[in-house]
Design a protein around this ligand. Structure first.
Ligand code: ATP
Ligand code: MG
Length: 384
């Protein structure tokens, strides 16, 4: 058996508490987490509410971050994260992550960080153009934001995660995490850190779900999302306003399915063909429906009504679960506290091993340290 096969299988994944979770989070990562959790194939699952990372572009609004911790946690629990099988923890309550970030900063260059395509596009989106600004860094690039992939590396490696289920935008982050872990192990001649693997969705439409306007990735920051906690009326309004095919003006016109959000969402969310039998028996499967749309003769309204049924099959149970959890914030608090306490233990152990490997574990063993300093002084005196 390969050494790698003997490793504990550990998941670390998470979200920034910058808003409620949306369908992009669900297909990109959350539904996979629930599947993996229920597969019983993992030794440990940790889900991190990354509040420190959220502060890197919300430093002036910590209340927003604080309020969204409960929103994101309720979304997890409602979507099927089971506190008996997975830990949910809060990043800022885990001091070892900060210490590891500080050491890892030395193992990556600013040039390497500048090449990260996800950070580049996020900088553009936020107007962090890297210029000097007197105006409270409005246009400048905050060092914390620029280096967040390093802190994310600390998050992943501190838990010795082998697997990170995430959307496609996270690929450069995991690549960077692997590089830093490899560099640490090489420089300090150890095998303390584990190089993680990303697990992106097999379904192409789920890897980077576009917003309902069809323009960019569905994102909390862009206001183009359908949220897991949206009520049925809001979901209906959003589905009905979805971007389709501007060339498909009359029902009889041939239509395009590529770039048409209704079909992209059907690709991402259709559970199985039984949903056709239940809600749109004119077709046996999505292929048949797409062919008709492309040929002409199938109207957008009919397609949207079907998509709405598919969405509600998914969202209604999540909404019901949320209503229950919302009446029980006391328990949610305890879940977060227990997950964070566990995370503190695990990550302190990794930090300890890292400091050991770096030989900066001064206070572990007084006798050994005193001997080491004495022999150094003897050596240097002899030399002089
Ligand atoms: P923000 O705008 O604050 O960055 P976000 O919507 O990009 O928020 P994150 O918290 O950065 O969400 O992402 C959390 C996880 O959800 C990551 O694994 C990311 O890949 C995944 N994810 C987010 N948006 C999408 C999307 N539209 N499609 C697929 N996966 C997504
Ligand atoms: Mg993001």
């Amino acid at each position: 058996m390969l050494a790698k096969d003997c490793k504990r299988k550990v998941i670390l994944t998470g979200d920034r508490p910058t808003g409620k979770l949306h369908l992009g989070h669900f297909v990109g990562s959350l539904q996979r987490r629930v599947e993996l959790q229920n597969s019983g194939q993992f030794d440990e699952i940790n889900i991190l509410v990354a509040d420190d990372q959220a502060l890197t572009d919300n430093w002036d609004n910590p209340k927003k971050v604080r309020d969204n911790i409960i929103e994101v946690t309720l979304d997890y629990l409602s979507a099927g994260i089971d506190p008996d099988k997975s830990f949910i923890c809060i990043q800022s309550g885990i001091p070892a992550l900060h210490a590891l970030t500080f050491y890892y900063m030395n193992l990556v260059t600013t040039q390497r960080l500048s090449r990260n395509p996800t950070v580049k596009s996020e900088m553009l989106m936020r107007g962090f153009n890297g210029s000097e600004s007197e105006d409270d860094n409005v246009a400048g690039l905050p060092a914390g934001f620029f280096t967040y992939p390093v802190s994310q590396t600390a998050d992943i490696t501190a838990f010795k995660a082998t697997t990170v289920p995430a959307g496609e935008d996270q690929m450069p982050m995991i690549e960077q995490a692997r590089e830093i872990a490899h560099r640490f192990n090489t420089i300090y001649k150890c095998d303390v850190l584990v190089e993680p693997d990303i697990l992106i969705p097999e379904n192409a439409a789920q890897r980077r779900l576009p917003g309902i306007d069809g323009k960019a990735k569905m994102s909390k920051s862009l206001g183009n999302g359908i949220f897991l906690s949206d009520d049925a009326a809001t979901v209906k309004k959003k589905v009905m306003s979805m971007y389709t095919d501007p060339t498909h003006i009359n029902v009889a016109d041939p239509g395009h399915v590529e770039g048409n959000m209704v079909f992209t969402y059907l690709d991402a969310f259709l559970r199985d063909d039984s949903q056709f039998a239940d809600y749109l028996p004119d077709y046996k499967n999505l292929e048949e429906m797409k062919e008709h749309y492309q040929r002409g003769g199938l109207g957008d309204m009919k397609c949207k009504k079907f998509l709405l049924k598919v969405m509600e099959d998914l969202l209604q149970p999540i909404r019901e679960n949320r209503a229950k959890w919302e009446t029980n914030i006391n328990d949610v608090y305890d879940i977060l506290k227990a997950g964070t306490d566990h995370a503190v233990q695990v990550t302190n152990q990794t930090l300890h091993e890292c400091r050991d490997a770096m030989r900066i574990n001064y206070f572990d063993d007084k006798d050994a340290m005193v001997k080491s300093w004495e022999s150094w002084l003897n050596e240097s005196h002899t030399k002089n």
